[in-house]
Every structure is written in C-alpha cells, then in structure tokens.
Ligand binder design. Structure first.
Ligand SMILES: C[S@@+](CC[C@H](N)C(=O)[O-])C[C@H]1O[C@@H](n2cnc3c(N)ncnc32)[C@H](O)[C@@H]1O
Length: 269
C-alpha cells in the first residue's frame, strides 16, 4: 500500500491530521484509534465505537453481499442501469466504457496532478481506470462495503498507485483539500444524506478541483420507476442537483443525460 496516502488521512474518531506513522500496526497518535479489518490490502477506517454501519436501503444491503460484489461489473451494473435508466443508457454507461470516458475527461486527469479519490469505488473499475490514466498519481478508492473492497483489492493488485480505504462518505477520513478531483460514479442515490456527502466532497477537494458524479434522473419506463421505488432508490432531477450543489458552494455545473442516467461535473471555486 502506497505510504503517500499517510499525509492526507484524518483520524475517523478525533479528526487529527496525518494520524498514522505507517500503514501497518499503527494507531492514531492523538486518540489511539486503530484501523480494523482483516484484508491486508484495505485500510479499514470505520470507527466501530458507534457499532457497525447499517445499510440505508435494500440496494445497499445487496452491495454488502459477496456474490453481488463478484458479479457487479459484469452483470449487476449493466442490468441495473438498463432497468432504471433505459436500454440506451444501459448500453452507454452500464457497460462502463462510455461512462469511464466521461468521468476521466470530466476530472481533467491529463491536466491535473491528483491525488484522485474514487468515492464509493465498488469493485474498483473506476479506480483502475484512473490509476492507468494517471500512473504517477495516488488514487484512493473508498467504499463502505467490505465485500466490494475485497473484490477491488483483487482487481487493483497490479496498480501500485491505488490505495483502498473502508470509510463512510458522510465523514471522509481525509484532511481538507486532500484531492485534486473526486470521482463518484453511481452512488449518490445510495447515501442516507447526500447533502452531508456533498459537503464532505467539497471539503476534501482542493480549490479548482472537479467533482464528477453519476446517478439516476427520472426513469423512462414504468418498470424502472417501480424497481427504483421497491429498492428505495432516490432520483435526482438535474435542475434540483444544480441548485443544491450551487448552494453548497460548487460552481460551473454541467451535465450529460444518457436516458434516465445523469453524469454531472462541478468545480470547487
Ligand atoms: C451502485 S455502487 C457503485 C460502484 C462504482 N462506483 C460503480 O459505479 O461501479 C454504489 C457503491 O456505493 C457504496 N456506498 C453506499 N453507501 C456508502 C457510504 N455511506 N460510504 C461509502 N460508500 C458507500 C456501496 O457500498 C457501493 O459499492
């Protein structure tokens, strides 16, 4: 695991900056918090004093299953995008390549130094793409699901610039201004409190850093609307998202609609 991550970490319990002297066998030098977990390739920064985090909805319970994590990229994601966003979007973004392209360019990876955060990285497809596009920069993949991170660890093993962290998007374990850009594909609808996550993203971005996200807007089919309701999935209208992000202090909102899917970008001024 790349020790370049150490200076940008913040303790999940006491918020002390750069709390660990090394990756392994280290405790927070201020409060004694000790990273947990059993996977040596994942830095587990969940503070368990308040108990294990609970899944907010049905979709998130599934994201914590080993089986779903294993089949996610190949079957789950494309099927889900097709169902919730329509066949056109399923082809464009469910199969990942089109969406990866939009995210990479939205982050302006070629013009900026990073480090890059792949927030709610799932099994790591975006983290791998970012690591390949920016081989000299640190890429941090963060997710709350152990199952997803276990698969991400297997699949990012060949990239020495990727560090995987278990953490909560509502309380990111990073110092202010840690990242040159934040990627956040297909996860906004899964959060308990998107406002808190937006504020955290703004906090960990450097001035001029881009935040690129994707989520679901209105479903084009009745089946998609019913499926979203059954799974407890929230939808975001572009106008609502633009106003919300502006109120929090982001600028230059832009978006691309692909059927019922939405990819957006904003800048931290
Ligand atoms: C639909 S998946 C998207 C995965 C990946 N970004 C992609 O686009 O393929 C949503 C991810 O958000 C993660 N997630 C949900 N709530 C989270 C939270 N509070 N903090 C961090 N990650 C969270 C889930 O565990 C899951 O891996």
């Amino acid at each position: 695991m790349d020790p370049a991550v150490l200076p940008i970490l913040a303790c999940p319990r006491c918020k002390a900056e750069a709390p660990f002297k090394r990756i392994r066998d280290s405790r927070c030098s201020t409060c004694g918090f000790e990273p947990g977990g059993t996977n040596p390739h994942v830095l587990d920064l969940i503070d368990h004093t308040a108990g294990e985090p609970t899944a907010a909805n049905t979709e998130q319970r599934l994201m914590e299953s080993d089986l779903v994590a294993r089949i996610y990229d190949r079957f789950w994601r494309p099927g889900f995008v097709r169902l919730l966003a329509g066949a056109g979007a399923g082809k464009a973004v469910g199969g990942l390549s089109g969406e990866l392209f939009i995210h990479k360019h939205g982050l302006s990876i070629d013009d900026r130094p990073g480090p890059w955060l792949d927030l709610s990285c799932g099994p790591g497809a975006f983290a791998r793409a970012l690591a390949a596009a920016a081989p000299g920069a640190l890429v941090v993949g963060l997710d709350i699901s152990r199952a997803m991170l276990d698969i991400a660890a297997q699949r990012t093993g060949g990239y020495t610039n990727v560090v995987l962290v278990r953490g909560d998007a509502h309380a990111l374990p990073f110092v202010d201004g840690a990242f040159g850009g934040v990627n956040n594909a297909g996860a906004l609808h899964a959060y308990d409190d998107p406002e808190l996550v937006f504020r955290e993203i703004r906090r960990v971005l450097r001035p001029n850093g881009h935040y690129v996200g994707s989520t679901f807007a209105e479903a084009p089919t009745l089946l998609g609307r019913l499926a979203a309701r059954a799974a407890g999935i929230r939808r975001f209208e572009p106008s609502e998202l633009r106003a919300w992000l502006q109120r929090i202090g982001f600028a230059d909102y832009e978006d691309v609609r692909l059927g019922g899917a939405l990819v957006f970008r904003v800048r931290r001024p």
